[in-house]
Structure formats: structure tokens, C-alpha cells
Design a protein around this ligand. Structure first.
Ligand SMILES: [Zn+2]
Length: 317
């Protein structure tokens, strides 16, 4: 989550592995989200080896290579000539963009963009107990990890009617540059985007009667539709998120700006439930793997139903 954008709205409030296997069956193809897989992806992305994934660093390059290899293994092609799409608006940075072509002759011309930023703020002078690496486990190795699970699932099934872009954004922490670059590039190519869904800070559960909130809740019917697809009260509205206008603080926003389509962020962080925002203690050890696994599992049919809806079910209010 980008501090620059949130600070405009708020004085930051500093408040606050087991091996269950879940199975998702569809069309006789099976994909399993396991706590072991979730933990291993998250642990690597948030490891000291990656040095906090600062844009332009060697650490973020390792993260990009790792994400690229996940797309390849999942039979997801690059959308551009290579998986790494160099930013036009920020130095030494690239998004990693995968593409799964739709199977329906008409609907494949409509795109669903699924995103998560994989950069973080790197090494900073503000250390904590001698630790200067901001590992960004929650922000946003967690959302990135959930998106890798969704990608593996869609890549395994290959039965999405609409076309899908899986996007790992860079330079989010510097001011949403990765998403600004891609939204503009897709607009220039006249790509028809149905919806954009972004995953951000999903590593620690909240104390509400829903598991995730959707930013800009009332701008479209997306939350209501996704709950309908989930068959449960999975997604709610966070008053904190609305108050701090988190809708404008993550990579969904440039897609809303360019296309005026339903473009939102799903998150479990609204400054009420995690004390280590942009802090060296935002580490793997304080993440809730079970929660992240449950979220990944529950999102699979939800995302699938959004991608495969026969009509424009999700629209602006
Ligand atoms: Zn952040």
C-alpha cells in the first residue's frame, strides 16, 4: 500500500505451519491450495535475501524472476513480448504480466485484470531492534501470494471465457507507477476491460463479520456480486478504508481513472488490525498462513464466476 497516497488522508494510527489441504474441483481438473504452498511462496518473497523488494534493487529482480517462473510453470503466457514489461514512467522497473486467453469467441475480447504489487520499500534508516530490512510480508508479499494461487488455478484449468491478465505491479510504493503505466498502455491499445481486482495486504485477519473489505465499496456492485458468487458474507465495507480513501491508495485506482470501470482492491488491512505497516517487523513470522490459505481457496470460485459470467453482471453504481 502506498504511503504517499494514504498520508494525504490520515495521520497513521499505530494500533493495531500446519498442512490442511483444500481442493477445488471443476471440469475434472483439480487444483489444491495448500498451506505449505502458500507458506513457501510468502516466505521466499518476504525473505531477507530479497532485501525488502525495493523498486530497482537486486532483491526485486529475484522476486520478478520467481513470479515469472510461477507463470511459466502454470502455462500462463506473457501478454507482451516478455513477461517483464518495462515501465515508461519510472526508472529501472517492470511489471510482470501474464495472459490467459479466453475460451469464448466473443467474451475473450473482454479482459479481467487481476493484480497485486510485488514491490516494497526495501532497506530504510528507520530500523527496529537492529533490523533495517522492511520485508513487506503483509505489504504486499501476502496479496502477491494469494494472486499466485489464483494464477496457478486459472492456468491449470484454462477454461476462462473472458481473457485474463495476471499482473504483478512494481513501483506501487513510489506512487502507483506500475499500474499507471499499464492502465495507460492498455487504454492506448484500446483493450476492453470488464473489471479489475487487486489484492493488497491479506496476511492478517480483521475483527469484522466479513473476511475482506473492498475499497470504494459503493462505487460499483462488485462486492455484492462477489458475495453472491461466494455464497457467503466474504466481503464487507470498512469504514476505516473509506475514511482514508484506500480506494485511491493502491493499483486498482489508475484502472478506474483510465477506464471508469469497476476497479477495486480486496484487503484485510485498514489500520485497525496490524501494527507493523511499513515497519521492519512486517515479516513472515507474523503472518497468518491459515487465513491466507482460506482466502486463496475461497477466492478461486469467486474469481472464476466473475470471469465466466455471460453478461456484464458487475457494473458501476
Ligand atoms: Zn506499502
Amino acid at each position: 500500500m502506498s504511503k504517499y497516497l494514504i498520508l494525504a488522508f490520515s495521520a497513521i494510527l499505530l494500533v493495531g505451519c500446519k498442512a490442511t489441504i483444500y481442493t477445488q474441483k471443476e471440469k475434472n481438473v483439480e487444483y489444491q491450495v495448500s498451506e505449505a504452498n502458500v507458506a513457501s511462496t510468502l516466505q521466499y518473497l518476504a525473505s531477507d535475501e530479497l532485501q525488502g523488494r525495493d523498486t530497482g534493487s537486486k532483491g526485486i529482480e529475484k522476486a520478478a524472476n520467481y513470479l515469472e517462473s510461477i507463470l511459466k510453470k502454470s502455462n500462463i503466457k506473457p501478454f507482451f513480448t516478455t513477461y517483464k514489461d518495462t515501465l515508461s514512467n519510472y526508472e529501472n522497473a517492470y511489471n510482470v504480466v501474464g495472459f490467459i486467453e479466453g475460451t469464448d469467441s466473443k467474451l475473450k475480447n473482454e479482459f479481467v485484470v487481476l493484480g497485486a504489487h510485488y514491490d516494497h520499500i526495501g532497506i530504510t534508516a528507520n530500523g527496529f531492534e537492529g533490523d533495517y530490512i522492511n520485508n513487506g510480508a503483509n505489504d504486499n508479499a501476502s496479496g502477491t501470494t494469494v494472486l499466485t494461487e489464483v494464477a496457478k488455478y486459472l492456468g491449470t484449468l484454462q477454461n476462462n471465457k473472458r481473457s485474463v491478465l495476471i499482473v504483478f505491479f512494481s513501483a506501487e510504493e513510489k506512487g502507483l507507477h506500475g499500474s499507471k503505466h499499464l492502465a495507460k498502455k492498455l487504454k492506448d491499445k484500446d483493450v476492453n476491460i470488464y473489471s479489475m481486482l487487486n489484492f493488497e495486504m491479506i496476511g492478517v485477519p480483521m475483527n469484522y463479520n466479513f473476511k475482506l473489505f473492498l475499497t470504494g465499496f459503493e462505487k460499483s456492485n462488485m462486492a455484492l456480486k462477489l458475495n453472491e458468487y461466494a455464497g457467503s458474507n466474504l466481503i464487507g465495507m470498512s469504514k476505516g478504508a473509506e475514511k482514508y480513501n484506500l480506494f485511491a491508495a493502491s493499483d486498482n485506482y489508475p484502472f478506474y481513472e483510465e477506464f471508469k470501470i469497476p476497479a477495486h482492491t480486496l484487503s484485510a488491512f485498514d489500520f485497525s488490525n496490524f501494527n507493523y505497516y511499513h515497519h521492519p517487523k512486517d515479516e513472515f513470522e507474523v503472518m497468518d498462513i491459515k487465513f491466507m490459505t482460506t482466502i486463496s481457496q475461497e477466492m478461486l470460485p469467486v474469481v472464476s464466476k466473475m470471469i465466466n459470467a455471460n453478461t456484464y453482471e458487475i457494473k458501476m453504481n
